[in-house]
Write a protein that binds this ligand. Structure first.
Ligand code: AHM
Ligand code: MG
Length: 343
């Protein structure tokens, strides 16, 4: 039977308007591996903490809570007030829910063992990334990875529960605190982005099924480090210039990644003479974005290896990172390889 012209086909509405994050998570619950509702609840806990952190960030300039806190974190960097606040908000939200047994955070030297032996999940999180941008009202972000514990529930957590490869992630996401606040996540079935509507206090699906362009014309790297880079990478940057690509570098990984995911581009934080392992942390920065990138059709390598296949050996391990549109990363890789072959 032909549909009456004034009756709109429900499927045409898709998820385009008015789908809240909460409703979306619920509708997708059966797609999750081991669907029991706990991962859904965990994602909701993260979303709630995000709203709280978002409120703090928006007040930062007014309430004098921006600025250095006077402590240093495990990487020897000065912690900002909001880093500390975000860390507290996220760890508290993750502790209260009961789904998580352990947390790895950029702001904590050791694993946070929640002494919750019935918790099935391990979360690795950078509560507020782009810390040098906090004070100056530039976009910052949160990055998280979710793993299922490997050891049996009901027992103390083990090292193998924590040091899992990126391939083992069951979900990962980021929050971009930019001109609007967005939460983007994957559970291994594509990537979806939600934009926060502050007056309603809700995230709404705004970017369903995000797909990265195969190539692009944006390269994002701190070119101030050029003298310390390998010849192959220098040659690739020269190639980008010859192609008249646009250089765009915010210094906030989430913001640079998000822009390049939508528009097509490559983010690079390389190994340098001073930092042979690069700067980006494998467990709570690179892995989550690599999972999202691959789910959206982009790629992430450390120069030669797929990020998701790297076995982490320590909590705060760093990795060089080449992240973004498939053809651009592949071109950068061939420049690096050529140098390796020629040297
Ligand atoms: P952070 O975790 O201390 O914020 O450092 C990570 C950030 C990334 O967001 C960003 O891409 C990079 O550091 C910028 O570093 P640099 O200032 O060396 O270019
Ligand atoms: Mg960080």
């Amino acid at each position: 039977m032909k549909t009456k012209p004034y009756v709109r086909d429900k499927s045409a509405l898709g998820y385009s308007v008015g789908v809240t994050l909460d409703r979306f998570i619920k509708s997708k619950q059966d797609d999750f591996p081991f669907a029991s509702g706990e991962l859904s609840q965990l994602l909701r806990d993260i979303a709630l903490a995000t709203k709280i952190v978002n409120r703090e960030i928006n007040r930062a300039g007014l309430s004098n809570i921006g600025g250095a806190f006077g402590q240093t974190n495990v990487q020897g960097e000065e912690q900002q007030n909001l880093d500390v606040i975000a860390n507290i908000r996220f760890t508290r939200a993750l502790s209260k829910g009961g789904e998580v047994c352990a947390i790895v955070s950029e702001e904590d030297d050791e694993v946070i063992d929640l002494q919750n032996q019935s918790g099935k999940y391990v979360v690795a999180i950078d509560p507020l990334d782009g810390s040098s941008n906090i004070d100056v009202n530039i976009s910052i972000g949160t990055i998280f990875s979710i793993y299922r514990r490997v050891s049996p529930v009901g027992h103390p957590i083990q090292p193998e529960d924590i040091l899992q490869k990126g391939l083992d992630q069951v979900a990962a996401g980021y929050v971009l605190f930019g001109s609007s606040t967005m939460l983007v996540y994957t559970t291994g079935n594509g990537v979806n982005g939600f934009t926060y509507e502050p007056s309603l206090g809700e995230f709404f699906l705004s970017h369903p099924n995000m797909c990265a362009p195969k190539t692009g014309t944006i390269y994002s790297i701190n070119e101030g480090m050029t003298n310390q880079m390998d010849e192959g990478l220098k040659n690739y940057i020269q190639y980008c210039k010859e192609k008249a690509y646009s250089a765009r570098y915010i210094g906030s990984l989430v913001a640079d990644f998000h822009r390049n995911l939508l528009k097509g581009g490559i983010y690079i934080y390389p190994a340098t003479q001073n930092t042979p392992n690069g700067k980006i942390r494998l467990m709570y920065e690179a892995n989550a974005l690599a999972f999202i990138a691959e789910q959206a059709g982009a790629v992430a390598i450390d120069g030669t290896r797929r990020i998701l296949e790297i076995q982490p050996e320590s909590l705060h391990q760093r990795t060089p990172l080449y992240l973004g549109s498939e053809e651009m990363v592949s071109m950068a890789e061939s420049f690096i390889k050529e140098k390796v072959l020629n040297s």
